[in-house]
Ligand binder design. Structure first.
Ligand SMILES: [Zn+2]
Ligand SMILES: [Zn+2]
Length: 431
């Protein structure tokens, strides 16, 4: 019996890989251009790190983590998100001694044990960006603008909407006052809420606002709004963030119900949403988490960050990216007919590759017709559009020549072996 992949995970097959590379390349280009640096982190951490940062009461920690004991008896967890590990590294390596804000990004797989459904996986991938040590509202606006720029470069910005909100902070007159009001309202209307919402009223009341069920929406749309309860500082910070977004030319809407799933968010929170992916409509989201670094034993540095769901972005991309194989040059298929021609072509192949051409070499054992047939099916032939075949048999070798054949048109000519590399390089402009 064959072994299949674990439920809820997926393979990214060669044809799809192109889109993934494009997303990652544009992410690096854009984030680099805003002065962010890449950090690479382990995919598992001590379990307590996530319990402390994400919050014991959240669905992630209670139901969705891949937690196990390693052979040394330590409890470790496959990361369900990247922020916790990044902050752990920030504190552990004393990155906070450098001039702030410290701007970092990372990318890779995350793991959550969720019910598998269309477009949702147990191993999924995120781009994760964090700016630490600065609470100025212009940083919030810059980060949102950078996220929009990333989608603009992917040609997706016009299909997405920026939603922002402020979650206030933990000053008694701010979010705690709102939470009290909200719980009072939810308790009074509990019989009209779904079971999940009723459970959440005491445990995690803000999350109730997130429920999408129509019967709950009727109640929740009339719930008190957090925006009316912000303290003066939080209201000013939110106002400034919006002013800077407007100054940067980033269209956005204020979405009072935007609360995000994690306990640690405060003040600015944002999502990029689309109507094109059905109910799971957030493609990226994030927010501010001042206080979290201190909670982890670090300095009292504020922080803000976002994550982009790569699977969802890839789903939105059209099939042929205009920049596929950008930077690669013309593809060449070297076809030796026999052992001696093979040995003569091997060093030539390496010379061409080192100059940036994509080169495939036959083994010298197949008939010419079979090799030409295969050449037309090579991935580089499909992607580059043009593929030169170089045919070298014993007769050509004896004369010091090779045949260069353009596969699409079938036109061919004879080229001296001594000038072959230059000839192919001359052809090798961008396809
Ligand atoms: Zn509900
Ligand atoms: Zn406040």
């Amino acid at each position: 019996m064959t072994i299949r992949a674990v439920r809820g995970v997926h393979d990214i097959l060669p044809g799809e890989g192109e889109k993934w590379r494009r997303v990652e390349r544009i992410a690096r280009d854009v984030f680099d251009s805003y002065g962010y640096e890449e950090i690479r982190l382990p995919i598992f951490e001590r379990t307590e790190l996530f319990a402390r940062t994400i919050g014991e009461a959240t669905d992630i920690v209670q139901k969705e983590m891949y937690t196990f004991q390693d052979r040394g008896g330590d409890s470790v967890t496959l990361r369900p998100e990247a922020t916790a590990g990044l902050l752990r590294a920030y504190i552990e390596h004393g990155l906070f001694v450098h001039p702030k804000p410290i701007k970092l990004y990372t990318m890779g797989p995350m793991f959550r044990y969720e019910r598998p459904q269309a477009g949702r996986y147990r191993q999924f991938h995120q781009l994760d960006v964090e700016a630490l040590g600065d609470e100025h509202a212009s940083l919030d606006a810059e980060m949102i603008a950078m996220l929009v720029e990333f989608f603009r470069r992917l040609d997706l910005a016009q299909r997405l909407q920026v939603e922002i909100n402020s979650l206030g902070d933990e000053k008694p007159e701010c979010r705690p006052r709102y939470r009290t009001e909200l719980v009072r309202y939810l308790r009074a209307n509990a019989d009209r809420l779904c079971e999940e919402c009723r459970e959440r009223i005491e445990r995690n009341p803000l999350r109730v606002l997130d429920c999408k069920k129509p019967e709950c929406r009727r109640v929740l749309d009339r719930a008190p709004a957090l925006g009316d309860f912000l303290c003066a500082d939080c209201a000013a910070h939110f106002g400034k963030t919006r002013e800077y977004l407007e100054a940067t030319g980033v269209p956005h809407v204020v979405s009072p119900r935007l609360v995000r799933g994690l306990d640690y968010y405060m003040r600015t929170t944002f999502e990029l949403t689309t109507t094109e992916l059905g109910a799971q409509n957030a493609v990226a989201g994030g927010g501010r988490y001042d206080g979290l670094i201190k909670l982890l034993g670090g300095p009292p540095d504020p922080g803000i960050g976002f994550a982009v769901g790569v699977e969802r972005v890839v789903q939105l991309l059209p099939d042929e990216g205009p920049e596929a194989w950008e930077g690669r040059r013309v593809g060449v298929f070297l076809i030796p007919l026999g052992e001696e021609p093979l040995k003569r072509l091997l060093p030539i192949a390496n010379q061409l590759r080192s100059k940036g051409l994509v080169v495939e070499v036959g083994h010298g054992e197949r008939k010419l017709g079979r090799e030409l047939e295969r050449a037309n099916k090579l991935p580089q032939a499909k992607r580059l559009g043009v593929l030169q075949a170089v045919i070298l048999g014993p007769d050509e070798l004896a004369r010091g020549e090779a045949i260069v054949r353009e596969l699409k048109s079938g036109t061919q000519r004879t080229v001296p072996l001594s000038g072959l590399v230059d000839e192919l390089l001359a052809l090798g402009g961008r396809a």
